[in-house]
Every structure is written in C-alpha cells, then in structure tokens.
Design a protein around this ligand. Sequence first.
Ligand SMILES: C[S@@+](CC[C@H](N)C(=O)[O-])C[C@H]1O[C@@H](n2cnc3c(N)ncnc32)[C@H](O)[C@@H]1O
Length: 235
Amino acid sequence: MNEAQEKPTEFDLYAGEYDDLIRDPIREKFAASNRFFAERKLQVIHRFYGNRNTDTRALNWLDVGCGQGDLLKMGKSRFASVAGCDPSAGMLRSCSGLEVRLQTSAELLPFDDGSFDFITAVCVYHHVPVEQRETLCREAFRLLRRGGVFCLIEHNPLNPVTRLIVSRTPVDANAQLLTAGSSRRLMTRSGGRILKTRYFLLFPEQIYKRLARVEDWMEAVPLAGQYAVFAERAN
Ligand SMILES: C[S@@+](CC[C@H](N)C(=O)[O-])C[C@H]1O[C@@H](n2cnc3c(N)ncnc32)[C@H](O)[C@@H]1O
C-alpha cells in the first residue's frame, strides 16, 4: 500500500458526517434539499449538450473528485456509462453501485488515455492546492477522447452569499475559490479550448420554479452562486 492510501485525506476526516458538515441555514433556505443543487448541475450539462445536438446517452462520463457519487447516481440513466474517482476512500464508501476508483495521487487520475467523452469536476478544484491544479487539469484532458469535453463546476467567489457560506462551512476550511476567469485560464494552459461559460444557481428553488427562464437568460452574468466552464481537448 502506498503513502497516499495509508494517510487519510482531508475528506476522509469529513466523510462520516459529510451531510451534516455542509449544512447551512442560508443553503437550506435556498433549496429544500441537496437534490436541487445536483439537478441544476445536470440541467446545465444537458442544456450544453442539447445546444450541440449531442445525445448524452452515447457518452462515457467520468466524474473526477466524485465524493459520495451523488451527481453520478442522479445522472447515470442519461449516459452510456458513468465512472468516478476520488482520493478519499471514506467518501467513495458511499458510492455503492457505481464504478469508482481510488485516486492514490492528488494530481494523477487512475484511467487510461482517451477513455472518456465527458469529464466533470464539481467543487473539486477549490480543494486542490494551486500548484497542483494544472497537472490535475492536464490529466482530465489526457483522459478525453478527441472531441471530448471537460466541464469544471465551481463556487462563484463573486457572489457574496456563496463566499459567506464557504467561509463558515467546515469542509471548506482550506478552500481557495477560483473565479470563472481563473478556471478558463487554467483549462487553456492545461490543453483545453474553451467552449462555454455559464453561471447558474442565481434564484432559490421556489423562485427558480417560476423564473427559470430569467435565470437562463442571465447565464452570462457573473452573479449566480456557481458556474460551469466547458472546454474541449485542444489537440
Ligand atoms: C466538496 S467535495 C465535492 C464532491 C462531489 N464532486 C460533489 O459535488 O458532491 C470535494 C471532493 O474533491 C475531492 N478532492 C480533493 N482533492 C482532490 C484531487 N486532488 N483530485 C480529485 N479529487 C479531489 C475530495 O476528496 C472530495 O470528495
């Protein structure tokens, strides 16, 4: 067993009580359950592919830093196959029924070149030390087939409510948030060509139900709680 497996990662320490540790009164007012946050991410992904006339049921999807696998579990029926990886064995313990691999290096991903059509990393990079981000991002592009897409989803530090929640969430004690601009630069430096940036989670669930179109219309305005940057492999 190597050192990474012997030594618990930061998220191994949180895994047992993860759901409690991410609870926040503002977050709970924003949406009735965590499900809404995952549903919105899947909607953003499906809208991206819908606009490209791509049927996601033909795509192999990898979620890097998949944690407890919530997004994969909710999204898997609309993809050809799904897989995940994470450095935290504790987080992966909740991924039963999913094909997941333990990532024994913070910067290297445990899959072969060109294995996937679509890769996500959701709220992962703000936990990755700045000096390791480019290597991890290059790894995502290495795993993509030609024409494959990497989607990086992050908290938007330009939203003051997001910053407040992050500042008091125990699992974010070491978080260093990235603006969408820094994510785009990171992806470009790492071998990606930017296709789209989209901000989402502007309106709380109850308002979103009535004003979804307004939020969609404001997708380029850097105010919402999170953003997604989509990039394809440049070569
Ligand atoms: C906030 S959790 C998000 C989990 C999941 N993506 C989600 O949205 O529910 C951050 C995850 O990133 C993982 N992580 C931290 N450093 C990582 C790295 N270098 N490579 C991949 N994942 C990492 C953690 O183990 C943890 O499971």
